[in-house]
Design a binder for this molecule. Structure first.
Ligand SMILES: C[S@@+](CC[C@H](N)C(=O)[O-])C[C@H]1O[C@@H](n2cnc3c(N)ncnc32)[C@H](O)[C@@H]1O
Length: 233
């Protein structure tokens, strides 16, 4: 093919239907397997990738499995599915939404972030997206440990992947029943530096000031942070 004779599709007459007829139907050409079947399969794998849950305590894993298996006595999370459906404008489909979330969980893996290799002996491929919700501050005994644990989490994520980190500012503890549990207190300046030092670029950081009057937990903001992993550290 002499490429100097070729037309440019954006400034010459390009017939989209002719293009579709030529390339995207089975039997009209021998590229169907690679430009249709192969690509749809790749996209399917990419967008139907399933969720790994990592969790530390056996009791928490058990509680989670009860919800996942719809066992009698499982915690009721229907309100969460209803909120999502309302946000999507489909408030009538919350049961299907919750079941879809259950099915999306591929496996539950035990994880101890205080270990050098937190998932040992399991090896998971690096993931595209990591959600860490109210974990780092309760697992880390001091700021140095927080930074070290954050780096361990970062190592589970692909470069270019995203981390959603949710936590609270100036939170020293929280009550569960009559027990008070530790939380590492930090502020926005600390989290910005820790996340950047762990190899991320912060794309969005919002913090909602609390309006609560209850005393179960002493946080003053709920933080929502999205960061992109720029490099391995
Ligand atoms: C306050 S709970 C938050 C749970 C849940 N993400 C939520 O939003 O409700 C703290 C979580 O930290 C986990 N955790 C505690 N110690 C840990 C450790 N050493 N390594 C990993 N996770 C740990 C607990 O198992 C628990 O899931």
């Amino acid at each position: 093919m002499d490429s100097s004779l070729h037309k440019h599709y954006h400034d010459e007459e390009f017939d989209p239907r002719g293009f579709i007829d030529t390339y995207f139907y089975n039997g009209t050409n021998d590229m169907f397997e690679e430009v249709v079947v192969y690509l749809i399969t790749q996209l399917f794998k990419m967008f139907s990738s399933e969720i790994n849950v990592i969790e530390f305590t056996d009791a928490n894993i058990r509680e989670f499995e009860m919800w996942r298996n719809k066992e009698p006595g499982a915690a009721d999370w229907s309100h969460a599915a209803k909120i999502v459906c309302e946000l999507e404008g489909k408030s009538e489909e919350w049961e299907g939404k919750e079941d879809k979330a259950r099915r999306a969980v591929k496996r539950v893996v035990k994880c101890d972030l205080t270990k050098d290799n937190p998932l040992e002996p399991v090896v998971l491929p690096q993931v595209d997206c990591l959600l860490c919700i109210f974990v780092l501050q309760v697992v880390s005994k001091d700021h140095q440990a927080f930074c070290s644990n954050l780096k361990k989490l970062a190592s589970m994520l692909k470069t270019g992947g995203h981390m959603l980190l949710i936590g609270t500012y100036n939170n020293s503890g929280y009550m569960v029943g009559e027990h008070k549990f530790f939380s590492l207190s930090y502020d926005e300046a600390f989290i910005r530096e820790a996340v950047c030092d762990a190899g991320f670029i912060i794309e969005n950081l919002e913090a909602l000031p609390t309006k609560k009057t209850s005393t179960f937990s002493d946080y003053d903001h709920v933080m929502f942070l999205i960061a992109c992993k720029e490099r391995e550290v």
